[in-house]
Design a protein around this ligand. Structure first.
Ligand SMILES: O=P(O)(O)OC[C@@]1(O)O[C@H](CO)[C@@H](O)[C@@H]1O
Length: 392
């Protein structure tokens, strides 16, 4: 087992990436939210207070009527009342988004159920880039099976750059195609017609690419059943909920050519249960997957492989820690109850599973590579998790 005492990433260091998330990304995000939705004085005051508290004060608890208070009392018991910057970045950033929902009244009152990020998600669905992605599905038809699979996987991988939290402050212009690790050859043999879980990340463009990949897995028989895990409520800006899946599906079915066919096949797959949307409160937990509860562990254990999309899922999968970058991926994910694959564009500091040469070259030649979205990785652990048998 890997040494989980590698120090956690925190926001304490001025100028570090996590520090910038709280001091640059969050203020910009809140300005955008206030421009996009006409929140009243009470919500705007609560948002301003959240910004102030999260940069300069101690972590306050949720109000007594919060529907998930009991969960957070457990998830946050060591952290409430402490200075935000001293806490693990994974915890503090996750709690920031939970408090943002609180400030906008997402859980109680007249604004209940209003996704503060919905205007951004809608704009992306209606945009030219999304339309181009839909049209590009037609081009796949002329490819060989191997080329099509490569294209679908690569698009799902780089689709992770279309992350609205990241694009608020990022300067990267788009996919570069540079892979820091590529275990894709180990992924395909795991897909032998059984259950595949896909843990979704962002809505709109990334989700479109994920749905196209899922459609292929089902249509080709690579997967007999796919479980698409979404968030139970809005989370890191553009994270996908069931509502976002339906919105993306509606754009597919209203399209033409291959887009409409993909949409029709996925709609049928949802109806007959070959594609199942599912969620779990732990999907929005501020904790690594290492701490997942037993019912979730059993879900993942049932799959031939679980595909984790995106940067945040990677942070939760590997542990958001200052690992030496050559720490084996199989070692940090050894606790996971089944084969697991990470498809991630690299947008935060944590990284594992690199060869010494790759790590040295990347750090020397592209010092910003861990946070700029210039690189991606496909990492696969093929064995079942240590100390956990399938179906137990
Ligand atoms: O999970 P995703 O959508 O790929 O990325 C989430 C993200 O934007 O948020 C974090 C920092 O704010 C980073 O993990 C990453 O840049």
């Amino acid at each position: 087992m890997s040494d989980i005492s590698a120090p956690p990433i925190t926001c304490a260091e001025p100028g570090s990436f996590p520090w910038g998330v709280f001091h640059e990304r969050h203020p910009a995000l809140i300005r955008r939210i206030e421009q996009a939705l006409p929140y009243g004085p009470a919500e705007r005051r609560a948002l301003a207070e959240l910004l102030r508290e999260s940069r300069h004060d101690l972590v306050a608890t949720l109000p007594p009527d919060a529907p998930d208070l009991a969960l957070w009392q457990v998830w946050g018991k060591e952290h409430f009342g402490r200075p935000w910057p001293s806490l693990p970045f994974l915890w503090s950033e996750s709690y920031f988004y939970r408090r943002l929902l609180e400030a906008t009244g997402y859980f109680t009152g007249a604004w209940q159920g209003v996704d503060p990020f919905a205007p951004f998600k809608r704009a992306e669905l209606a945009g030219d880039a999304f339309a181009a992605d839909l049209a590009a599905l037609d081009a796949r038809e002329s490819l060989t099976e191997a080329e099509r699979e490569h294209a679908l996987l690569t698009t799902a991988l780089w689709g992770n750059l279309a992350d609205l939290g990241f694009t608020i402050t990022a300067t990267a212009s788009g996919p570069t195609g540079a892979l820091a690790a590529d275990d894709s050859a180990a992924l395909w043999p795991l897909l032998d017609g059984g259950l595949v879980h896909v843990v979704a990340d962002n809505a709109a463009r990334e989700l479109l690419a994920d749905l196209a990949l899922i459609d292929h897995l089902l249509a080709s028989g690579r997967a007999g059943e796919v479980g698409l895990m979404v968030k139970p409520h809005p989370y890191y800006v553009s994270d996908a909920t069931a509502t976002d899946v339906l919105a993306c599906l509606a754009r597919l079915t209203a399209g033409s050519g291959e887009a409409a066919r993909v949409g029709a096949r996925l709609t049928q797959a949802l109806r007959d249960g070959r594609l199942r949307l599912w969620t779990h409160p732990f999907a929005c937990a501020p904790l690594p997957y290492r701490d997942m509860p037993d019912d979730l562990r059993r879900e993942f254990a049932a799959a031939k492989v679980t595909v984790m999309k995106g940067d945040l899922n990677y942070r939760r999968l590997a542990g958001d820690r200052h690992w030496p970058p050559t720490t084996p991926f199989a070692e940090v994910t050894g606790y996971f109850p089944g084969p697991v694959a990470a498809l991630r564009t690299v947008k935060s500091d944590v990284v594992t599973g690199l060869t010494p040469q790759t790590a040295t070259t990347l750090d020397a030649q592209t010092p910003t590579w861990r946070t700029a979205g210039t690189h991606a990785l496909i990492q696969v652990r093929t064995g079942t998790g240590a100390g956990f048998s399938r179906g137990s």
